[in-house]
Design a protein around this ligand. Sequence first.
Ligand SMILES: [Zn+2]
Length: 229
Amino acid sequence: MGLFSKKDVCPVCGRKIKGEVHVKIRDNVSVCQNCSAMINMDAAMIPNQTVEDIKEHLKYREKNLEKFIRFESTQEAKAGTTILYVDEPAKLWYCTRNKKEKNPPIFMYGELSGVQYLEDGQPIENEEKTGLLGSLFSDKAESKAIHSMKLRIELSNPYVKTVDIEMIAPNNEVKTGTITYKSNRRALEKVREILSGIQANQQGNGLYGANTSVTDEPAEDADGSAADE
Ligand SMILES: [Zn+2]
């Protein structure tokens, strides 16, 4: 019948896949480059998605784009290469490592389920009780090399379960007590403070919740796409 076997055609959009980079979903099904560029979910989830799941996800991504277009940042904070943006009236927020990202996943306040500060993978206790200022500025504090300092943000979103804001590049280290350590720490604490404010203010689903309209225009591009996984 057709010129191509079923394997050569993207099951999501019907476009021919010509030996291009593509993404494999459940049952070893290949999704074309265009479609996979629009996917934005935790990489570990992708191999479990069915064709229907992906179609639903791409509709979700179109709604996300609508939210992004209407997003008006009223509060922001930068930690390392990551920027947190908050739209307080709409009760929406997102993090990105690229200011020009065209369709970053947007989250409702209610989707934020936890924030933890980790050093070398170990949670550091809330220091409000022990005195954050004391620990940050004491010269007596013992100095040790650490290889990871990050905020782990946990979400109840269907596609993004965690967002990590890591301050130390791979194979680098930072000594506790140094200026670099302290400025990294302050930047993360600022982000954590804003996220704590979001958690304290979670009622409601945001102005632009489930009822936004969907355009027919596909997203041109999506940074952090699955294609380069
Ligand atoms: Zn496709």
